[in-house]
Write a new protein. Structure first.
Length: 201
């Protein structure tokens, strides 16, 4: 169990450097820290787009921004991933998104494609990190070896819990306790006052 206090993030948290993805032998352009200058084919593995709350969903914000920059955006869920004849595949739906809480997307019929036919993939599904999630990262890992840029790295998603990973940067975190002990958790909350309690998965 992970408990964050609500005292805020220290002001001396360092800036996060930009990420550069250079042109590969099988891809059509370059994505860099200041934005993309070519049209990219982007696939986002996410929770069902029809059930998200767009006012708070960061994945939807990424879809909007990618579309604003002129990229072609498709979505899929974990059940849409597969392997056929040794190649990673996906049943992908091209979408158009809108910042409208009553009508935020329209989708074309699903098409089965090789994942490597996309320029960029994002793995954005919410927990739990269960067997299906692990298998999805393995399929994305195969696509990565075939030449697809995958964010975040599939092996990294398996190796590092997202909540524990943040604790590698204590200067950016509020006081936090990770524990399975109910008494330790209660004591921490009593010391800190308001706190957020959440499971690691």
């Amino acid at each position: 169990m992970d408990v964050d206090s609500c005292q805020g993030v220290p002001p001396d948290c360092p800036d996060i450097p930009g990420v550069s993805i250079d042109e590969g032998p099988q891809h059509r352009g370059r994505l860099h820290g200041k934005g993309a200058y070519v049209t990219l084919e982007v696939i986002v593995v996410m929770d069902p787009i029809g059930s998200i709350r767009i006012e708070k969903d960061t994945t939807f914000a990424m879809l909007l921004e990618a579309q604003r920059r002129g990229h072609h955006v498709s979505v899929a869920g974990i059940p849409d991933l597969g392997i056929e004849d040794g190649r990673a595949t996906v049943n992908a739906r091209r979408v158009t998104v809108r910042d409208d809480p009553s009508d935020w997307y329209s989708a074309q019929p699903a098409q089965r494609r090789e994942l490597e036919s996309f320029d960029l993939a994002f793995m954005r599904t919410d927990p739990p990190v269960d067997a299906a999630y692990i298998h999805a990262t393995q399929i994305l890992g195969l696509a990565q070896r075939e030449g697809l840029h995958v964010v975040n790295d599939p092996q990294g998603l398996r190796d590092m819990n997202e909540k524990l990973a943040a604790l590698e940067f204590p200067e950016c975190c509020p006081p936090t306790l990770v524990s399975r002990s109910a008494s330790e958790l209660r004591e921490f909350v009593a010391e800190q006052g308001d706190a957020v309690l959440k499971p690691l998965d």
